[in-house]
Design a protein around this ligand. Structure first.
Ligand code: GLV
Ligand code: MN
Ligand code: MN
Length: 403
């Protein structure tokens, strides 16, 4: 049995047109916006067209359920997310959800009904681009955080997750259990493409920690305030960015640190910025080094403020510990890639994924396919159609072994 690659890519393209911006060549479906709602509506329609029962839970996770013949068997779940960062490619997240749907379509046309139910899941706000924490839907599904805390998370304009779920009509009350979880995803990094390998068997995911913070100094006139009298918050944030880079390089072993958002205020050409907000993202796979890195980041946030006599505040906005996936699931994916005659390699994911939280309570694995040039979180993100098809066939045959 094989999936239909043309059908898969045409669905990915259709989803990729939702929120598309011809000027940038990217699409934007930030969580719980109108564009996200349009993507959700399309997905739910496709799910119902395949005879799936659609359930929505309290955080807006979407589950499309295909009943198995034995209700006592726990479901096999395939999934990822359909929200995006700003000006995203077509594949991040969407491939895992529509890859799962393609497996269902393939089973439907072959009239195969296994014992276990199958679930296609689209988790809410995986990206964390609008609301933090990221991976919000899977965090809730794994019951790692109270619902109320997540529903009260606010975006930049003060709107809450709860308000937006109500507004777009995706605040539900129905969930579904899971026996094991498989997430198909583009690598988003350079290794598979550079090494010419078709399938990445993901053994684990590195840890992620996010902070949001703000420095407080003094707004003042850009012409008349002598350099030595300034309390310039942007300069302190600039130092923090460079120190964070140094920290990642000195910790080594793949540590990465990023400051993706910096907002000086009042944001005027001739005013020394008296306030500056920032975000900081730190990742590392090794548990001890991850802990050390987190401690050092917090020390840097404080010391960069102190050096310029600034006040500060900061808080941890998200955290996901490094995880190692279930050995049996990893071996299963490797054996199915070999069965299909595909070359594969084991690897650790640099990006975070919903699988990180699912793996805390059910056997979990991820399947990667090459990202051309390692580009992702940008309009240039690309994966060749043949690779998409190969990865989805590995998903299909892994699922067939599990049901
Ligand atoms: C999600 O895409 C992340 O790794 O930030
Ligand atoms: Mn993703
Ligand atoms: Mn992403």
């Amino acid at each position: 049995m094989r999936i239909n690659g043309e059908r898969l890519i045409s669905s990915i393209r259709a989803m990729g047109s939702v929120g598309f911006n011809p000027e940038t060549g990217g699409r934007t479906r930030l969580a719980l916006t109108d564009e996200d709602k349009a993507g959700r509506d399309l997905l739910c329609r496709w799910m119902r067209d395949e005879g799936l029962e659609v359930k929505i839970d309290e955080i807006g996770n979407i589950f499309g359920i295909r009943e198995g013949s034995d209700p006592s068997e726990l479901p096999v779940m395939m999934g990822s997310h359909i929200d995006t960062v700003r000006d995203a490619g077509m594949f991040d997240g969407v491939y895992g959800v529509l890859g799962g749907l393609e497996v269902i379509r393939t089973l439907n046309e072959n009239e195969v009904t296994p014992k276990s139910s199958l679930v296609v899941a689209a988790f809410t706000n995986e990206e964390g681009a609008r609301f933090q924490p990221d991976m919000m839907g899977s965090l809730y599904y794994a019951r790692k955080v109270e619902l109320g805390e997540l529903l009260s998370s606010r975006d930049d304009s003060g709107i809450t997750v709860g308000e937006e779920l109500d507004r777009i009509g995706y605040g539900g009350a129905y969930s579904t259990p899971v026996g094991c979880y498989l997430e198909l995803h583009v690598e988003q990094g350079p290794r598979l493409h550079a090494e010419g390998v078709s399938i990445g068997i993901v053994e684990g995911v590195q840890g992620l920690a996010w902070w949001t913070g703000e420095y407080y100094g003094e707004s003042n006139h850009a012409g008349s305030t002598p350099m030595e009298m300034r309390k310039d918050t942007l300069l302190a944030v600039a130092e923090l960015a460079l120190e964070a880079e140094k920290l990642a390089l000195s910790l080594g072993r793949g540590s990465v640190a990023t400051m993706g958002r910096i907002a000086p205020r009042p944001d005027i050409i001739n005013i020394v910025p008296g306030k500056c907000s920032f975000t900081l993202d730190f990742r590392q796979f090794d548990g001890e080094l991850f802990e050390e890195g987190k401690r050092e980041v917090e020390k840097l946030i404080v010391s960069c403020a102190a050096r310029r006599g600034l006040k500060y505040c900061f808080k941890k906005a998200a955290e996901a510990a490094p995880v190692i996936f279930d050995r049996g699931m990893v071996e299963l994916v490797g054996s199915r890639a070999a069965f299909l005659g595909l070359d594969s390699m084991k690897m650790i994911s640099g990006a975070s994924h919903d699988a990180q939280f699912l793996s805390s309570f059910c056997p979990t694995v991820m399947i990667f396919v090459p990202s051309v040039g390692g580009r992702s979180h940008c309009p240039e993100e690309w994966t060749d159609v043949k690779d998409l098809e190969n990865g989805c066939n590995v998903l299909l045959h892994s699922v067939l072994e599990l049901v």
